[in-house]
Design a protein around this ligand. Structure first.
Ligand code: NAP
Length: 309
């Protein structure tokens, strides 16, 4: 029987583990399929306080994990397969075993959103990717024209990163203004190797018959004109969707699938279940805000355990 289980080991889950371990709540963290969370797929994080020179996403979460373990948190890399929150203690199925816990913190994060094209799915890992940091340096992309889709900070970061490898980077955005922060947008718009393609959406990724990316079809949404841009890689960076399917029908969510918090705290609709990070945050989605919510969830869980045991 566990006292406190945390599902997810990104900035939110691991910060919750630091706070919970220091409060002697003996947390057990299940890291699941993407240990470290989405931040491990970015390069240098420049806006996490305390790192004036920036810090690699992977290094940041590794340090938070080490800090949590130093105070006694246990981090396991298993995946939680199902949860039953209708009974107390809560029941979790983890690789065939049942784990019971008094309290639960959900910090399952978010995953990359897809364009939804059939050709995109067929060419995934054959030139279509969702992570320039992970894949940008692959030989197939070297000195080739590359495409990034999106207009947010992620798309800008991917495009800037890819200028090291590609001959030219086309940034395809469905509007004519970037959503990205000004500093990132300015860096992109000043870079001679990045060519923005405004008001445009990708309608097809070529060429499924060859089993590799050779180009994209893009449609200008204002003129309806369709053109082909030859390229060797398509990097999709159009935002994220929360990883909350495990809790469908049990935890209250908004229309986009983000878990709803109650009373200005990290409480959910089920007493004893708390939530932190991108899985509950459609608005800020920063490493620091996820970490902050992780701290809040651990404090809320600690109080609830104290009052209910
Ligand atoms: P985002 O801010 O939600 O931006 C998603 C972009 O994709 C938007 O430009 C959006 O267009 C476009 N888009 C969405 N669905 C689309 C579709 N179906 N087809 C074509 N385009 C589509 O997501 P993000 O860039 O991943 O950033 C997420 C959060 O992480 C943000 O808060 C961001 O500030 C943060 N972040 C920060 C950094 C950094 O500070 N260095 C780096 C990465 C991420 P519209 O603009 O028209 O909606």
């Amino acid at each position: 029987m566990e006292n406190l289980v945390i599902i997810g080991a990104g900035c939110a889950g691991l910060t919750a583990a630091v706070y919970a371990a220091r409060a002697n709540l003996k947390p057990l963290v299940f890291a699941g399929p993407t240990p470290g969370g989405l931040i491990t797929t970015t390069g240098v994080v420049e806006n996490f306080p305390g790192f004036p020179e920036g810090v690699e996403g992977f290094d940041l979460v590794s340090k938070i994990q080490a800090q949590a373990e130093r105070f006694g948190a246990r981090v396991e890399f298993s995946e939680v397969e199902s949860v039953d929150l209708s009974m107390k203690p809560f029941q979790l199925k983890v690789e065939g075993q049942t784990i019971q816990t008094t309290a639960l913190i959900v910090a399952t994060g978010a995953a990359h959103r897809h364009l939804g094209l059939e050709s995109e799915a067929k060419l995934e890992r054959k030139g279509v990717t969702y992570c320039a940091t992970c894949d940008g340096a692959l030989p197939i992309f070297r000195n080739q024209p590359l495409v990034v889709v999106g207009g947010g900070d992620s798309a800008c970061e991917e495009a800037l990163h890819l200028t090291q490898f590609g001959s030219m980077v086309y940034l395809i955005h469905r509007r004519d203004t970037l959503r990205a922060s000004k500093i990132m947008a300015d860096r992109v718009l000043c870079n001679p190797k990045i060519k923005p393609v405004w008001d445009s959406v990708v309608t097809d990724v070529l060429d499924v018959t060859q089993g590799k990316v050779t180009g994209i079809r893009v449609k200008n949404v204002k003129t309806n004109e369709e053109t082909t841009i030859p390229c060797a890689g398509v990097f999709v960076a159009i935002g994220h969707a929360p990883n909350n399917s495990l809790f469908d029908g049990q935890l209250e969510m908004d229309a986009a699938g983000y878990i709803l918090r109650r009373n200005g705290t990290t409480e959910t609709n089920i007493p004893g279940v708390f939530v932190a990070g991108d899985c509950a945050d459609p608005r800020y989605r920063q490493a620091i805000t996820a970490a902050a919510m992780g701290a809040q969830a651990a404090i809320d869980a600690g109080r609830w355990i104290g009052e209910n045991s």
